[in-house]
Ligand binder design. Structure first.
Ligand SMILES: Nc1nc2c(ncn2[C@@H]2O[C@H](COP(=O)(O)O[C@H]3[C@@H](O)[C@H](n4cnc5c(=O)[nH]c(N)nc54)O[C@@H]3COP(=O)(O)O)[C@@H](O)[C@H]2O)c(=O)[nH]1
Length: 532
């Protein structure tokens, strides 16, 4: 089966986590890209808006100035062109964006005076400059040529009460320069719309053309009280520039997010975290329960039990401690499990399911000797068991005792003083079993199953076990043989004079219900007697 589909017992498969990280991070990158695009578009729009407003403000300022200039010219109705020609020339020359000033008569619809013609004399229909013939009080419009040149010009006029019409021809170059300077390369198309015509940039130059609909991605500013609109169409170059500006920050964000989210997903859906969460939930739901393996004594009856933890897992069923004790200890969860287990044991044993004065063995790791909460629980359990007339036996393996022998010694002594017996578990397989025996004040010695497995057939094991028993006698220690699986082993060990036997031949570890009805001489147990 594809490993992707194989769900580990605790946590998700690596392939699943990698896929989750990839999906999550790709989605984030897509979102980030969209965000960068949106921010850059916004910034670009804002900058174009600002530029357009600035350009429109400059154009408005110049147009208002131009009207003010026209308004300064006072014309008596009878004044002839010769009388005012010099003034017209002076005003026109002094105002930078004026190309010429003309005077027309609205009655005759003729232009009769010009600052740009010799002696001011001109005779031209008013329509050559003002298409509506000055029917309004004032106006402004693009004109494809002025009367002086064939270059386009912006024409403004003011109709006076006396029937004269003052016409200002403004240099289009001036407006082109404003637009070019203010907006330059930053916009794609710049349009100065006046009346029915618009001045539009094309390449480096501007052309006059009929109005077209403004593009979607453009910004327009209408100048107050004038039919003049400045429109700028956004430039993709500008957008790209803002995208590039935002990229370093986006890149940094992406790196931070990718690192953080990958780690989070890995841990959150990883075995350790999953395991931790499940353990915590299971403790709350009291899913750590105690099984009890009977220990058979010389009277061929239950002399005691060993408490063995089981995890009643909601998905995986009943789990043996090999599947969780080590991992729990590595994650600092073992003591919490043990505290929960002890609660279960106290409740179970309060029903007195085994004979009075039975030994009740509990396994604790050497590391837990450093754990005050664990020690407190052990001393409290001892008090409760004493009250129930049971004897607590703490089973320790030698590995770890040696890491801090002084502390271990102190605690074992304190336990002894409190009436707790201490057994050295799995005796004989460690590096320094004998040294441990000499160093620590044990009460029990539990011979490891590996010496019992071949006790009937292997002479060396027979010699070793016989010497262990002999040594234990001399050291005044009780001896338990672990892992007795058949009658031959049990018979052999009984003859050797072992105090207690424990193993599947007598009984597997049992839940409390089964333990309370367990009978040593029923069909599920070995025949008795073993001890002669
Ligand atoms: N710190 C703690 N350690 C604990 C606790 N509960 C159990 N353990 C340790 O987990 C190891 C595995 O325990 P378990 O799967 O319960 O196995 C025990 C017996 O079922 C097994 N056994 C007993 N007799 C026989 C037998 O005849 N044949 C056979 N194949 N197995 C047998 O041995 C285990 C008990 O061993 P020991 O502790 O050395 O007496 C085990 O190391 C437990 O110590 C806990 O609460 N805390």
């Amino acid at each position: 089966m594809n490993s992707f589909f194989v769900k580990p017992m605790f946590g998700s498969a690596k392939a699943f986590r990698v896929l989750l990280i990839a999906v999550c991070n790709l989605s984030f990158i897509a979102l980030l890209a969209l965000l960068v695009w949106q921010v850059a578009s916004y910034q670009s729009r804002q900058s174009i808006q600002l530029l357009t407003e600035r350009g429109a403000a400059m154009i408005e300022q110049s147009l208002r100035n131009a009207y003010t200039v026209l308004d300064q010219i006072s014309l008596a109705p009878t004044e002839s062109c010769q009388d005012i020609y010099a003034d017209l020339q002076k005003i026109s020359a002094a105002t930078p964006y004026f190309r010429a000033i003309y005077i027309a008569d609205s009655q005759t619809q003729r232009i009769f005076c010009s600052s740009a013609h010799a002696l001011g004399k001109i005779d031209s229909p008013i329509h050559t400059l003002i298409s509506d013939g000055a029917t309004q009080a004032s106006g402004i419009a693009w004109h494809e040529n002025s009367l002086i040149s064939d270059r386009e010009a912006l024409v403004i006029y003011r109709k006076l009460d006396n029937g004269r019409v003052l016409i200002g021809v403004l240099d289009s170059q001036y407006y082109k320069d404003i637009l070019q300077l203010v907006m330059g390369l930053r916009v794609k198309t710049i349009t100065l719309r006046v009346g029915h015509l618009q001045l539009v940039n094309q390449g480096d130059d501007f052309i006059l053309m009929p109005l077209t609909a403004a593009k979607n991605n453009s910004t327009s500013i209408l100048i107050d009280k004038l039919p003049v609109k400045v429109t700028a169409q956004h430039n993709s170059f500008q957008l790209r520039k803002y995208i590039e500006t935002n990229l370093p920050l986006a890149f940094l964000l992406a790196i931070l997010f990718l690192a953080w989210s990958s780690r989070w997903i890995w841990l959150r859906f990883g075995e350790n975290n999953h395991f931790r969460q499940q353990v915590i939930e299971s403790i709350q739901q009291q899913q750590f329960i105690a099984f009890y393996q009977p220990v058979i004594g010389q009277q061929n009856s239950i002399a005691g039990v060993e408490i063995l933890a089981r995890w009643q897992h909601p998905q995986h069923g009943l789990l043996n401690p090999d599947l969780f004790i080590q991992q729990a200890e590595a994650q600092g969860l073992l003591t919490q499990i043990m505290l929960s287990l002890i609660q279960c044991v106290e409740a179970d044993l309060s029903k007195k399911p085994i004979p009075a004065q039975s030994r009740v063995g509990i396994n604790i790791t050497a590391q837990q000797l450093n754990d005050q909460a664990m020690l407190n629980a052990i001393f409290a359990l001892n008090a409760k068991l004493k009250y129930l007339d049971y004897q607590l036996v703490v089973e320790l393996t030698e590995e770890g005792l040696v890491s801090d022998p002084d502390l271990a010694n102190k605690i074992i002594q304190e336990m002894g003083q409190a009436g707790i017996m201490v057994a050295i578990d799995d005796f004989g397989i460690g590096h320094s079993s004998l040294a441990s025996l000499s160093r620590f004040p044990f009460h029990y010695l539990k011979i490891d199953k590996s010496f019992i497995d071949h006790i009937v057939s292997r002479e060396k094991d027979q010699i070793i076990v016989a010497n262990m028993v002999d040594m234990a006698r001399q050291l005044n220690l009780n001896v338990v043989a672990e892992g007795v699986e058949n009658k031959d082993q049990a018979d052999y060990l009984a003859i050797l004079g072992i105090d207690y036997l424990q193993g599947f031949y007598f009984s597997k570890p049992l839940p409390m219900d089964a333990l309370s009805v367990f009978q040593f001489n029923t069909e599920n147990s070995a025949k008795f007697p073993y001890f002669h």
